[in-house]
Design a protein around this ligand. Structure first.
Ligand code: UGY
Ligand code: MN
Length: 258
């Protein structure tokens, strides 16, 4: 006779997870994600969420650095990088520029720069980390390192529909081949149409929750969830729940497609 089960198994624990990966989009809640460790990071790991292996043209992950953790030495990998601190503090240096970033702080590291990352605090630091090859534009100088904060970035409202956005790395800056925008929705509002466009997205829910259309299906997104949208994936967002919602959005822009 098997021993009786003494404690009930919580629903959803065995064999159930909201993760979904398709040919051209993915929904990845943090549950069940595994860290990757790389030799040039110590006391730090990356929870990769989108990579070229999946079909994405960029890599995005959540960097987690323990106190004192980060790069073992200044690193130069020829890629451009974007970091956005979610929790804790991260010191970022790119060539001769550097900044200590708290939650909401961000950095752009141009391709070819030597960069280093370090958690100087006493708590775990978590940051969005995006890396990709830079696509130069003829006659336009490549961008320099940039640092900023969400707090200091203007909030733009296109109309009175309850939607707003913050362009962290500017808008229509032809030196840049991607944008990082925070898209915000007041309670009960939604994007005005189903978009279909050549640009890709990496989306991280920063606040609130909503329903996200991906291709033909609606998916619930909660704070902390990640979604990858490949080129031409039909997409729309409805803010649900009792408050507003905001997500951090990667978008490749400003280059012709051949
Ligand atoms: O700018 C955008 O493409 C944006 N509106 N997309 C999105 O929020 N899924
Ligand atoms: Mn879009």
């Amino acid at each position: 006779m098997p021993a009786p089960i003494s404690a009930p198994v919580p629903p959803g624990v065995i064999g159930h997870n909201r993760s979904l990966v398709t040919r051209n989009y993915a929904v990845l809640p943090p549950d069940g994600m595994f860290p990757s460790f790389v030799p040039w990071l110590h006391q730090a790991s990356v929870f990769y969420q989108a990579t070229p292996k999946m079909g994405a043209g960029f890599a995005q992950g959540r960097l987690e650095a323990a106190p004192g953790g980060g790069t073992t030495a200044p690193r130069m990998d020829g890629l451009e990088h974007f970091l956005y601190v979610l929790e804790g503090t991260l010191d970022v240096a790119a060539d001769d520029a550097s900044a200590s970033l708290d939650a909401g702080g961000f950095a752009y590291v141009p391709a070819g720069a030597s960069y280093s990352l370090r958690n100087p605090g006493a708590a775990l630091a978590k940051a969005v980390w995006i890396s990709r090859p830079y696509v130069p534009a003829a006659g336009i100088d490549a961008p320099l390192p940039r640092f900023g904060t969400r707090e200091d970035t203007p909030v733009t409202r296109v109309d009175d529909s309850g939607r707003w956005r913050q362009y962290l790395l500017g808008n229509l800056d032809m030196a840049m081949d991607f944008e990082m925008n925070i898209m915000g929705f007041d309670r009960g509002t939604h994007f005005h149409c189903v978009e279909t466009h050549v640009m890709e997205h990496g989306l991280l829910m920063l606040e609130g929750q909503g329903l996200q259309l991906l291709d033909r299906d609606w998916h619930e997104l909660w704070t902390g969830d990640f979604a990858w949208m490949g080129p031409f994936v039909p997409q729309q967002f409805y803010c649900t729940g009792w408050g507003g919602a905001a997500y951090l959005l990667y978008k490749d822009v400003n280059r012709e497609v051949t």
